[in-house]
Design a protein around this ligand. Structure first.
Ligand SMILES: O=C(O)CCC(=O)C(=O)O
Ligand SMILES: [Fe+2]
Length: 209
């Protein structure tokens, strides 16, 4: 008999999203947060389409948080991500080659990410659109910080160890604008996440480490 809690999957009917509690253990959450403490954090950016369908990454008052990209992660954290990706490959039936590089995000009280779409920018990219968003909550803010899908009327609480996955695309492969979502303001405590996106085609040309 295992003493670890059984992972519990919640899948609201017809909503293109699900979450799994205890996808990683409290000890793993603590380990990742500790490794991230000494990572290099920068103000988070948003993606916009500008003239000629060009994509630009820019700072915006609609996103108040800090981001640390995988290029800043410690070797120990990269080793853990290998284990995590193996779990994700079997969960989603995908290959890690399709995953973008990981980003950590942290929100302090007042931090938020206003309503936006994760897809709709990469129809002409060789790696294709962002099919799935894969979001892992690493800590549990006392108040606020839910991921809110306003057109789906679904709000998911940030709980340490919870994995949230949603599909950004319609069956045709184009952006499902019904998956518009936000990270609602953190009101008390801190919210830290790890996020990646599964593209339709291979994204990584080199191994992780
Ligand atoms: O942190 C969240 O709850 C949502 C994050 C998000 O939407 C994103 O990183 O694209
Ligand atoms: Fe998003």
């Amino acid at each position: 008999m295992s003493l670890l809690p059984e992972p519990l999957t919640s899948r609201p009917k017809g909503k293109n999203l699900f979450w799994i509690d205890d996808f990683i253990t409290p000890a793993e959450c603590a380990f990742v947060c500790q490794e991230l403490e000494f990572s290099f954090w920068q103000r988070s950016s948003v993606i916009r389409k500008v003239e000629n369908n060009q994509i630009q990454s820019m700072h915006s008052p609609t996103r108040i948080s800090e981001t640390s990209g995988q290029e800043w992660f410690s070797d120990e954290l990269l080793d853990f991500l290998q284990v995590l990706e193996t779990r994700l490959e079997s969960l989603l039936g995908t290959s890690r080659q399709r995953l973008e590089f990981w980003q950590a995000t942290r929100y302090e009280p007042g931090g938020q990410f206003d309503y936006h779409h994760d897809a709709g920018f990469w129809e002409d990219d060789p790696a294709g659109e962002r099919r799935h968003t894969i979001l892992l909550y690493l800590d549990t803010p006392e108040r606020g910080g839910q991921t809110h899908f306003r057109a789906q009327d679904v709000s998911v609480r940030a709980v340490a160890g919870r994995l949230l996955v949603w599909n950004n695309l319609l069956p045709t492969g184009s952006c499902n604008y019904g998956m518009i979502h936000a990270s609602t303001p953190v009101l008390e405590g801190q919210k830290t996440t790890l996020v990646t996106w599964e593209r339709l085609n291979p994204f990584r040309t080199e191994p992780l480490n």
